[in-house]
Design a protein around this ligand. Structure first.
Ligand code: SAM
Length: 241
């Protein structure tokens, strides 16, 4: 199932005007995400978004940060034009958003492309012209409403991928609902989980402890903090030490 269909489950409707897709859910959570990411973004050079969806989040974050390089990605190739259409409005004003890349988190070659794109974008030295770009590493990998609307292998792969592409001190930030110590934080999230699993048995609200285990044991990422955000969601901050 693609992203639009996923949103139609219960998160809200989506609208498309020309190339630009509009997710009401992204519109609702964009400010809280920006607020929580702001201290990291203020010191960031390179940001990767996994599952950029419509492109609304990258657009919103880049608006105030023209010098930060954003690399949007998306699993559904049908959404790449929407992400690029949002970006184009800011690129015209000198903002730095790279062309959206297809990223299936379970495909190691796609992660390599993400690294190569970043290295190419940051290698301005004339001496490097004609040489293979060196590896550039990201300050932040962010992902919103992806872990519960994709198979568990996708969550594991995003965590491992982040461990690979983040620089030391960089962050992986995950937005969405989670179970903690086996419990849902609300009855509505329990029902949401049942709806998701009914639609696709490989989906579902993840256990934060499981996520933390993979992050620590397989990606060298340490859980730094968990922030409660509106609509019974969390923002989970992992750091590569
Ligand atoms: C509900 S949409 C969220 C879109 C966007 N982040 C937002 O919040 O508006 C779910 C996302 O899961 C992502 N996804 C599903 N399978 C994936 C995979 N194998 N690799 C990477 N992302 C995947 C899709 O890219 C899609 O954007």
């Amino acid at each position: 199932m693609d992203c639009q269909a996923a949103f139609n489950l219960n998160m809200s409707e989506y609208v498309q005007i020309n190339q630009k897709v509009f997710f009401a859910a992204a519109e609702r959570n964009k400010d809280v995400i920006a607020e929580q990411l702001r201290p990291i973004l203020n010191n960031a050079q390179l940001v990767l978004e996994v599952g950029s969806g419509s492109g609304q989040h990258v657009y919103h974050l880049s608006k105030d940060l023209p010098d930060v390089i954003f690399q949007p990605t998306e699993y559904s190739v049908s959404l790449l034009p929407s992400i690029d259409a949002y970006a184009e409005d800011l690129i015209k004003e000198g903002h730095y958003i790279l062309p959206a890349l297809e990223l299936d988190a379970t495909n190691p070659e796609h992660w390599q492309r993400v690294l190569t794109a970043a290295a190419t974008a940051t290698s301005t030295e004339s001496s490097e012209v004609g040489k293979e770009p060196q590896q550039a590493l990201y300050d932040l990998v962010m992902t919103t409403n992806v872990f519960h609307i994709s198979p568990w292998i996708v969550s594991e792969s995003i965590i491992r991928g982040a461990g690979q592409v983040l620089k030391s001190g960089g962050y992986l930030v995950i937005y969405g609902p989670f179970r903690r110590n086996g419990s849902f934080n609300t009855e509505s999230n329990r029902e949401f989980d049942a709806t998701l699993r009914g639609r696709d048995s490989s989906w579902g609200v993840r256990d934060l402890e499981e996520v933390e285990k993979v992050a620590k044991e397989e990606a060298g990422l340490t859980l730094e903090r968990v922030v409660d955000v509106p609509s019974n969601n969390y923002m989970v901050f992992f750091r590569k030490l």
